[in-house]
Design a protein around this ligand. Structure first.
Ligand code: PMT
Length: 219
């Protein structure tokens, strides 16, 4: 039994990695599997929300009750997020979006030579920061995957992006696998959740965000 704490709400989430093309056959990506974002999308649907999942390139089945749209690059993901956003009450950025993309995409496959190859990178837009900065921003939940100093970096990201809630995890704990260890950060402080399968953690994250969301509702 899952309490329907998000009934009547629309949730837009991102999940998985992005793929930033270098040439027609190569690109820059990362080891995000999409499992955390898909588990969260499923938990939101089970909690009664209308769910749009904007997914990077992963091979996971679409959770029941979820509308999935796919994206390749960070720019493509941003476009899909903004298309899905009208009417959203909640936006959750679970995706490991590439911070940089190649400045130029080679039209043809780059040929091997004995020389050093340098690829110039340019920063990608920060989708979550852009959504959170909107005047009509939904309730925004960020994620942060860190390799050290989780509390300082995660809470720093939450404050910099002006988020009411952020989920922090260590890369070694949660990226790629079926389980995770997360800490929730909000204005009241840090709230660690015990290590658990991502499907189970997702319900804990949803009930925390639903409590905060209900607290935000105009009286
Ligand atoms: O996919 P899994 O294998 O299950 O792993 C889950 C996870 C480790 C990827 C997930 O739990 C997680 O932590 N996701 C966030 C990854 C991350 O490091 O994000 P970040 O610190 O680069 O970005 C912070 C926040 O801004 C995130 O909510 C991110 O989605 C968002 N962001 C970042 C950059 C960008 N250009 N646009 C964004 O929206």
């Amino acid at each position: 039994f899952v309490p329907r704490v998000l009934a009547g709400r629309k949730v837009v989430l991102t999940a998985g990695p992005t793929f930033e093309a270098i040439d027609p056959v190569r690109g820059i990506t990362n080891i995000s599997s999409g499992k955390m974002g898909y588990a969260l999308a499923r938990a939101c649907a089970q909690a009664g929300a209308e769910v749009v999942l904007v997914s990077g390139p992963v091979s996971l089945p679409v959770p029941a009750g979820v509308r999935r749209v796919t994206a390749g690059s960070a720019l493509g993901m941003r476009e899909q997020v903004f298309a899905a956003l009208p009417g959203a009450d909640v936006f959750i950025g679970v995706a490991a979006v590439a911070d940089y993309r190649p400045l130029e995409v080679a039209e043809h496959k780059i040929k091997k030579s004995g020389e050093t190859l340098e690829i110039a990178l340019t920063p990608n837009p920060d989708i979550l920061a852009e959504v959170a900065a909107r005047q009509d921003a939904p309730f925004c939940v960020g994620f942060a995957a860190e390799s050290r100093d989780l509390d300082a970096y995660a809470e720093g990201k939450r404050r910099r992006k002006g988020l009411p809630m952020l989920v922090g995890n260590l890369v070694s704990d949660g990226m790629g696998g079926d389980e995770n260890t997360v800490v929730l950060y909000d204005d009241a402080g840090r709230h660690p959740l015990p290590r658990a399968p991502k499907a189970e953690l997702a319900h804990g994250i949803v009930s925390h965000l639903a409590r905060l969301l209900d607290g935000c509702r105009p009286q």
